[in-house]
Design a protein around this ligand. Structure first.
Ligand code: 13P
Length: 250
């Protein structure tokens, strides 16, 4: 379906002083990858990450951005700043940001539009909580998140967006969604995109799965029809595990 992308989300891990060597290592162990390989790093690591990735196949992403161009927003980072540094991707609306930093579907939409306007590739995260899954409202919750994230985004821009389906109950818990559960929601997201735009657009969008994806379960998850890659937390911090996940893309 969409282009295969395996992206690491380092979250608040690794130091700037560790970044250069680690990104070089990732480039080495993922050489010849059959998919796009991305490392999303903390803001303070980006400069070293971009330098290390230069001349390799590895792309670098940020973990957040602000939706305004510039101004009095102490502590925030704009899309222009990321572009200026040579960053290609940006994660938007990760559940940890929604949960701890008041990120809403509204800010996710504003940030997605800003990223697209500036030429960054947004990785938009959606996902249900355990309570929502158990209440049987997973697709309704995902539907609202997807519709709001894509509000006022043209078909031409929508094709460039990457969606990461990350069930909150599977993040950092070691509890992976089964490949059937993950594929069902990813397929549902593709059907929603076909409804908002058309099937052609829906087929071009990369839909990743994220949530305890690791060297052992990646091959099965990535073999599913509507799963076009992964957004990897813990396992992206170990180069050998990350390389195994990348090489699981067939
Ligand atoms: P884990 O792979 O550590 O579960 O994290 C997933 C995630 O949140 C990636 O964004």
């Amino acid at each position: 379906m969409g282009k295969y992308i395996i992206a690491g989300n380092w979250k608040m891990n690794k130091l700037p002083s560790q970044t250069h060597d680690f990104v070089k290592e990732i480039a080495k162990v993922t050489e010849g990858a059959r998919c796009e390989v991305v490392c999303c790093t903390p803001y303070v690591c980006l400069s070293e990450a971009v330098k290390a990735a230069e001349g390799t196949h590895v792309k670098i992403g940020a973990e957040n951005l602000h939706f305004e161009d510039s101004g009095a927003y102490t502590g925030e980072v704009s899309a222009d700043m990321l572009v200026d540094m040579g960053v290609d991707y940006v994660i938007i609306g990760h559940s940890e940001r929604r949960q701890y930093f008041a990120e809403t579907d509204c800010t996710v939409n504003a940030k997605t539009k800003k990223a697209l306007a500036k030429g960054l590739i947004p990785i938009v995260c959606v996902g249900e909580s355990l309570a929502e899954r158990e209440a049987g409202v997973t697709m309704e919750i995902i539907g609202i998140q997807v519709k709001k994230a894509f509000a006022d985004i043209s078909a031409a821009d929508a094709e460039k967006v990457v969606i990461a389906y990350e069930p909150i109950w599977a993040i950092g818990t070691g509890k992976t969604a089964t490949s059937e559960q993950a594929d069902e929601v990813c397929g549902g997201i593709r059907a929603m995109l076909a409804g908002i735009y058309d099937q052609g657009v829906a087929d071009k969008v990369t839909i990743q799965y994220g949530g305890s994806m690791n060297a052992k379960n990646a091959a099965e998850l990535l073999s599913m029809k509507d799963i076009d890659g992964g957004l990897i937390g813990g396992a992206s911090l170990k180069s050998a595990d990350f390389a195994t996940i990348v090489s699981s893309v067939k």
